[in-house]
Write a protein that binds this ligand. Sequence first.
Ligand code: TEU
Length: 581
Amino acid sequence: MISRVSHPWWKEATIYQVYPASFKDSNDDGWGDIPGLVSKIDYLHDLGVDVVWLSPMFESPQADMGYDISDYQKVYARYGTVQDVDNLVEACHSRGMKLILDLVVNHTSKEHEWFKESRSSRDNPKRDWYIWKPARYDANGNRKPPTNWRSYFAGGTWTWDELTQEYYLHLYASDQPDLNWDSESCRQAIYDNTMRFWLDRGVDGFRVDTVNKYSKRTDFVDATITDPKSEWQPAPDMWCNGPRIHEFLKEMNSQVLDHYDVVTVGELSNTPDPERVLDYVKASERELNMIFQFDMIRLGTGDGFGSKYVFKPWKLSEMKTLVERWQKFIEGTDGWTTVFCENHDNGRAVSRFGSDKPEHWENSAKMIALWQATLTGTLFLYQGQEIGMTNMPATWPIEEYKDIESNNFYQEAARSSDVREKDRVMDGLRILARDHSRIPFQWDSSVNAGFTSPNTEPWMRVHDDACKINVASQVNDRQSVLSFYKKMMTLRKRHADIFVHGTFQLLDKINEDVFSYIKHSADGSRRAFVVLNFSDSRKELPALNECLSDSSDWQLLVGTTRNKREEGVLNAFEGRVYVDF
Ligand code: TEU
């Protein structure tokens, strides 16, 4: 049994998410791969990365970019082999780094052997490893699915199986049938086949996909109609935080995770109450070390499911409230939290929370770096965030969007009776689509940005701005976004008592341009004042002593601007940190 100390290795770690398809292609097939990642591990080590989180690289038909797994113990051929993963583990460990994988066990691919057996007959031993239900029939005898639930990818959550004359449940694509965690034998197979196999090869933990969806309500009733225009209704309360979820996660720990020195971070959706989130992340609960809570990163997405990609303008005061909530909810508890503003399911932070206009791009990216590096919790960076990669150009057509979610929402809008819906959704996708984070990483200014060879067609189009925004153009520039991230990573570690473990005090909540807060060291002896101008114009720098009504001698620790700082004024998207020690 591994002891759970109060400052385990993963609290002060910086964890970097790699999307294997788009990081580095080593064999010129247009797809990133694990040998390509291994070739760049020193780049990550130099950035200050402690842990690599590798998004799904398992064998998969790629209906949902690897989140539809057909064999957990094989590697998708375009990404490499199990031996390549072993090499990656060694490359990390030999540098004092660690590797975590993506644990995707709410569902498998429909091509997984387990599902093939389950669907082969109603009395197959694995029938109850998935969720099968009989049809309903309407007054005219027409066959209907068991419920009216809407899938995350548009459409319904049930697909009819002709052979066995039942429907199977899939919260996502029909290619992704949900596993039935109420089956004890199914859970045991998950623990052994998907977890122990990789932990025994030296993997240091998991990012746990859809972690609160394994236990679902078992009454399978229709959801309240909240979208009268649609046949399908949002129903996340039917499958999130179900009656046995904590039992299952405790079992996963006692039977597997507790026997290794590993970290877990859960993807926790549809759980807005901090008290309910603490149920998952208090060390005494022995469930998850930490979770991703999506309130902040969801800013701008429309309400509910169907309108997710109808952009909804947001105010800085809303962001402040959410950041404050998810900074403070662990204070006084044995829980822990995460810091992140990008991942493979969201648009780029510079474009969404700053500005990707040429005149503002660099300051926005550096301000975001300063913001993230000064927040409490384990810090997660997403590939390309450290060089300020931006959303795909607004001029790119829907054909450049490869994600199943983007395309399903766009096609659904195109079928709408409201002819403006398609344009509204396209406008929203240009800001919010998952595709923006999935285009090839920008290594240099060559054709295909050094991601793959110049005469290879990459699986997604390389950004038009890759010639300007790339590692090579920044690595030797002490004032670049990349250099600033390195500087902030160093300061974060040097002052971990404030930035990683400190308590958060929001200032001036109603200011819709400037975001300022105090971070207090754990023992209360040291403070940092962080001030961020989230606007595209000059703003008055809040007077420190007024804010804090004390006469401490505040000294500038770090600022984002290349230019000479102006006393009392913050330039557009400028950030600064002052300290009183
Ligand atoms: O996402 C699950 C999830 O929480 C969804 O809300 C997610 O944000 C997605 O955009 C659908 O709205 C995880 C993975 O991060 C995602 O990439 C996968 O598509 C999904 O699970 C299914 O495995």
